[in-house]
Write a protein that binds this ligand. Structure first.
Ligand SMILES: Cc1cc2nc3c(=O)[nH]c(=O)nc-3n(C[C@H](O)[C@H](O)[C@H](O)COP(=O)(O)O)c2cc1C
Length: 454
């Protein structure tokens, strides 16, 4: 690529689950350090920055999974999706150890208040000098709900309605102090221009916020906005405000469907479909040879016992799969999940797209497939750097060459992150899919500049 040219393919690491679902116990992982050791995260951030990675991303969930058998015991015992710390102080520290890589963090619009989040993200954008993204989630998990005083999940579509109002309030708070409002005139003693600092007086269905934000505008003005929900209503929310979408990857048919539904929703919202990319989740295991990588991937099958799989799947769907009968029809299972206000995407959606809604499955078949899904085995591409780069280039092309990848859930921490930087990134650069260095100083310019039409 010519110097200064934008990378066509955005690249981020999702480090949400480096230590859960048995990864903490994989030989060579977290050696000599325990989550949430700051030195480990600092090493990961510096390594990723050495490879020109656009963003380190942290999803979140605030409850210990307890959907399976209505108990947290299995999740506690096997370390399923817990422990999880609030990453904002850790990101503030990582911002001081790096200068170019960005950071994505997650908060729930169902449980948090937009005033608090708008103010927090403004401060983090200052501390990192313009390198923050906000992944807003609707939260599909009952254990999260219970920690914020709800005994059941809020209606699925209502969560998205609330999300849209939440983001609207945040946007207006970030705009409430104009970029040149702060004068700091030492001669007159005037600090700021009142004509450029605005109240919101927002009175909506879910929030009442007077404003303005009592903060100095941040380097990016507002964080990069990310949204992952992929039901029809979730996609409509993405189309309303997302700068970039986080999508479940590894399955060309559902990826193409997600891309095409997002295109339609963006058009309906009056936005250009070419202006919003999708970061597809991808899991990779690299090796010097294909056989070495495949052997490493086999380690994943020993990571989780069946009880852990049940806890993982039930939590992520918002539906207790321990009650499954010996045999059932997939479409009927989906209807039960919808009735329970669970997520309409994910594992069951994938089964339906592979087998059809009319298919009948036994309970054993369901958990056997669920085991390979929960460990990430099925979704993991094992191969040499060149083979993995081939697959990424193909996925990128079939989904419209917009956005890029969220390399998720490294099997060994920190070694797997180093492998991507040292072996995979050079392959992508050689194909012209990545530039040799960061092209801008903010996360917005690096992550969104890539393949998108502005
Ligand atoms: C790739 C991906 C990443 C997600 N990350 C999170 C997360 O970190 N925390 C969370 O609470 N929900 C997360 N979700 C859940 C979504 O935000 C959403 O609540 C869920 O998918 C249900 O909405 P839907 O029915 O529109 O898909 C994620 C979903 C996807 C597909």
């Amino acid at each position: 690529m010519t110097p200064g040219a934008q990378s066509p393919m955005a690249l981020a690491f999702d480090l949400s689950f480096t230590h859960t679902e048995g990864r903490w116990n994989v030989p060579g992982s977290w050696t000599g350090a325990d989550y949430p050791d700051l030195h480990m995260f600092t090493e990961l951030a510096r390594t990723a920055e050495r490879g020109g990675i656009d963003m380190l991303f942290f999803g979140d969930g605030v409850g210990i999974p307890d959907t399976w058998e209505n108990s947290a015991d299995a999740a506690v015992k096997w370390g399923i999706s817990w422990p999880r710390h609030d990453m904002s102080p850790i990101i503030a520290a990582l911002g001081q150890a790096t200068s170019k890589i960005g950071f994505g963090l997650t908060y729930s619009s169902t449980y948090m208040h937009p005033f608090y989040i708008a103010r927090l993200l403004n401060s983090l954008d200052h501390v990192t000098n313009g390198r923050i993204a906000f992944n807003v989630v609707a939260s599909a998990r009952t254990s999260d709900a219970a920690n914020y005083g709800f005994d059941q999940l809020m209606n699925h579509d209502m969560r998205y309605e609330r999300m849209e109002e939440f983001i609207d309030v945040c946007q207006r708070l970030w705009d409430s102090v104009e970029p040149d409002a702060i004068v700091r005139d030492h001669t007159t003693g005037i600090f700021a221009d009142p004509a450029k600092v605005h109240r919101l007086d927002h009175h909506g269905k879910h929030f009442h916020v007077r404003g303005p934000l009592p903060s100095v505008p941040s380097p990016q003005g507002k964080p990069v906005l990310v949204q992952a929900g992929s039901s029809p209503r979730g996609i409509r929310a993405s189309a309303a405000f997302a700068d970039i979408v986080f999508g479940s990857g590894g399955h060309h048919a559902s990826q193409k469907r997600h891309r095409s539904e997002l295109n339609t929703a963006l058009q309906n919202a009056g936005r250009d479909p070419a202006s919003v990319g999708i970061l597809w989740a991808i899991q990779v295991v690299l090796g010097a040879s294909r056989s070495e990588a495949v052997a490493r991937r086999e380690e994943m099958l020993g990571m989780l016992p069946m009880e852990g799989v049940g806890a993982y799947l039930s939590y992520n769907t918002g539906f207790d799969f321990s009650v499954l009968p010996r045999s059932f029809v997939l479409g009927e299972l989906r209807a039960s999940i919808v009735a329970a206000q669970g997520t309409q995407s994910g594992f069951v959606d994938r089964l339906i797209s592979d087998r059809g809604a009319e298919s009948r499955l036994s309970r054993d078949e369901f958990f056997d497939e669920g085991w390979r899904y929960s460990t990430g085995y099925d979704q993991t591409i094992a191969g040499t750097a060149s083979e993995v780069a081939d697959e990424m280039a193909e996925q990128f092309e079939v989904t419209g060459s917009r956005g890029g990848f969220m390399i998720s859930n490294p099997l060994r921490t920190p070694g797997a992150v180093g492998d991507v930087v040292d072996y995979l990134v050079p392959e992508l650069r050689a194909r012209g899919l990545r530039s040799d260095d960061y092209v801008g100083s903010t996360l917005r310019s690096n992550l969104l500049g890539s393949s998108l039409q502005k």
